[in-house]
Structure formats: structure tokens, C-alpha cells
Design a protein around this ligand. Structure first.
Ligand code: PBG
Length: 329
């Protein structure tokens, strides 16, 4: 490999040459777009910290889904903003819950068959306290109960599968949820519905804007007793081992850009399909820089997505999905 025999710039001289030797590719079919569905009709309310992302009533969500299908996106990830919240997250597992209704409407529209509908399974958007599980309190002290939360999460997953979700994606980080979900799905005749587990989900500051979008900020405390410590790579692998052992069909790594090493390590270790979630804060911080003219929007967006693919993600959940698909043509 000695200069001047080896000149690496030979393969970079023209656009055609660079295209020929490119190692990593993006395509619209591997991009998933998150939708935040809310009650009402004709509602299209922009999230202040996420330009171009909206809370959508079901009729508007259907229009958005049609745009996603026309762009050739791979799928949708659905979140719900219920009209009422309570301590047991009733809206998460109700037959007429907001995401259940959205799924039924999407499944009726055959023009949307090319999209995989993925339902996020969590309680935080539906609990009055905003935590991802059941809370028990003793004076000032509170605990997020694991096993009673898992029971509600499994019930939620079965209800979403019944409403038409092609995939259920638990994002709560309770222990044992994948096994409980598998059992609940099989018991309700949904043995063909895959589980995509947010296996290693870190307690991250980058979820900030999402909590506005999904109205799911915890009313007290934080999520550090269930989501992972950002310092821990080995523990992330243990979480993945456990979820695969419990029956996870796919993994979703999250966040993406601040955790590319975790994605790479998981890619080398596991053969299951693996996606990564470029979360709300990653989108917001790039947009903030675009607004100030500090970064070139298209190039920065595509480079951020490419970095996630290069780290090893097969598919990417991203608020840039539509914009990137337009660039990819
Ligand atoms: C629900 C959930 C969250 C996100 C996805 N599912 C919020 C959280 O854990 O606080 C974050 C997604 C994003 O920031 O875009 N538990």
C-alpha cells in the first residue's frame, strides 16, 4: 500500500467513480416515519420544536400516510395522544384507543398496503403521571412497578395487533415484556405478528422534543430506573441477549447518532434485523442549525442518515423520512 503506486484519490475523481465504489446506500424502503395521532378532525398542529412534524387527527394522518406510501417509505411508527389519561393507562389498551382507531382506518385503505404499520407499545402517553409503567407511591418515594406494568403492556400489544398493527414495538424497558407480549399475542391468535423490541433504549436528553409531541413528559422524577444509563455498552448487549431469548424478532436501537458504537457492536454480534431510531432531539438540533444557516440542510440530513446505516442499522426510524425519500427520488 505504498505511495505512489497506491493513490486512493484515483477512485474519488468523478461522481460516476464515487458512485461505483460507494459502500453504503440509503433507500426509501428502509425509512420509517413516526406519526402522532390525536383526537378530532382536521387537526394538523405543528410541534414547536420539530418543524414539519405534526399532531394529526386520523383523517389528516391518513393523508400523511398516503404521502409516505407515494414516496416509497417502508413503514409508519404510530404514537397516540389520548383524550383522557389515568393511572392505569386505559387509553393504551382500549379497543377504541386512538392508535387502535388509526390502525383500523389505515388498514381499510388498500393504497397504504405498501407500508408496514408499527405500533409503539408504551404507557407513558396514556398515564396521568407520564411514566412508562404503573407507579406505586409511599410518601415522597415512588417506584415504577415492573410486573404489573408488563401485564398492561402485553395487553396493549395484543390490542394493537387486533386493530391491525403489522408489528408491535415495546419501548418501555420493563424486564420480561417481550416474553409477556409474545404470550399475549399468541394467546389472541396473533402468532404471526412480530415483536420489534427497543432492546437497548437509553435514558436520553434527546427525547426532549418528543415529550412535547406525544405529551408524555413524566410529571415527577425521570426514567433512569428503567431506561439504560448512557455509559453502558456491555449492559446494552445483555438487554439485547435477553430480548432475543424472550422472542424478539427485530431490534430497534435508540437514540442513533450519540450511540453509533452501540449500533455497530450489536450489528457485529447479532443476526436479527436491526433498526435505529434517529430520535426527536437529533432532528431538532439539526433543524435548529438549518434555521440559522449553520448547516446545509440536505447534505447534513443525508450524512446523518448515512452514518446510522454505516454503523449497521438495516432500517431507520426518522422524522426526516419523507424529506430524505424526496432526495433519493
Ligand atoms: C415512549 C417513547 C419515547 C420515544 C419513543 N417511544 C419517549 C421516552 O421514552 O421518553 C422517544 C422518541 C423520540 O424522541 O423521537 N416511551
Amino acid at each position: 500500500m505504498n505511495f505512489p503506486v497506491t493513490r486512493l484519490r484515483r477512485l474519488r475523481r468523478t461522481s460516476a467513480m464515487r458512485s461505483l465504489v460507494r459502500e453504503t446506500h440509503l433507500h426509501p424502503g428502509a425509512l420509517i416515519y413516526p406519526l402522532f395521532v390525536c383526537p378530532g378532525e382536521g387537526v394538523r398542529k405543528e410541534i414547536s420544536s420539530m418543524p414539519g412534524v405534526f399532531n394529526l387527527s386520523i383523517d389528516e394522518a391518513l393523508k400523511e400516510a398516503e404521502a409516505c406510501a407515494a414516496l416509497g417509505l417502508g413503514g409508519l411508527l404510530l404514537f397516540g395522544l389520548p383524550s383522557k389519561k389515568d393511572e392505569k393507562a386505559s387509553g393504551a389498551w382500549a379497543d377504541d384507543g386512538i392508535v387502535q382507531q388509526a390502525l383500523q382506518a389505515i388498514k381499510k385503505n388498500r393504497a397504504l398496503d405498501s407500508l408496514v404499520t408499527i405500533a409503539d407499545v408504551c404507557l407513558c402517553e396514556y398515564t396521568s403521571h407520564g411514566h412508562c409503567g404503573v407507579v406505586s407511591r409511599d410518601g415522597d418515594h415512588y417506584e415504577i412497578q415492573n410486573d404489573s406494568s408488563v401485564a398492561l403492556i402485553a395487553k396493549t400489544a395484543a390490542s394493537l395487533a387486533k386493530a391491525g398493527a403489522d408489528v408491535v414495538a415495546p419501548s418501555d424497558m420493563m424486564d420480561g415484556r417481550v416474553e409477556a407480549i409474545r404470550i399475549a399475542l399468541d394467546a389472541s391468535g396473533h402468532e404471526q405478528t412480530p415483536v420489534m423490541s427497543y432492546a437497548s433504549k437509553f435514558a436520553s436528553a434527546f427525547y426532549g422534543p418528543f415529550r412535547e409531541a406525544a405529551d408524555s413528559a413524566p410529571q415527577f422524577g425521570d426514567r433512569r430506573s428503567y431506561q439504560m444509563d448512557g455509559a453502558n455498552l456491555r449492559e446494552a448487549m445483555r438487554e439485547i441477549d435477553q430480548d432475543i431469548a424472550e422472542g424478539a424478532d427485530m431490534l430497534l436501537m435508540k437514540p442513533a447518532m450519540p450511540y453509533l458504537d452501540v449500533i455497530r457492536t450489536a450489528r457485529e454480534r447479532y443476526d436479527v434485523p436491526m433498526g435505529a431510531y434517529q430520535v426527536s432531539g437529533e432532528y431538532s438540533m439539526l433543524h435548529a442549525a438549518f434555521q440559522r444557516g449553520w448547516l446545509e440542510p440536505e447534505r447534513a440530513m443525508m450524512e446523518s442518515l448515512l452514518s446510522i446505516r454505516r454503523a449497521g442499522a438495516d432500517f431507520i426510524v426518522t422524522y426526516f423520512a419523507k424529506d430524505a425519500a424526496k432526495v433519493l427520488g
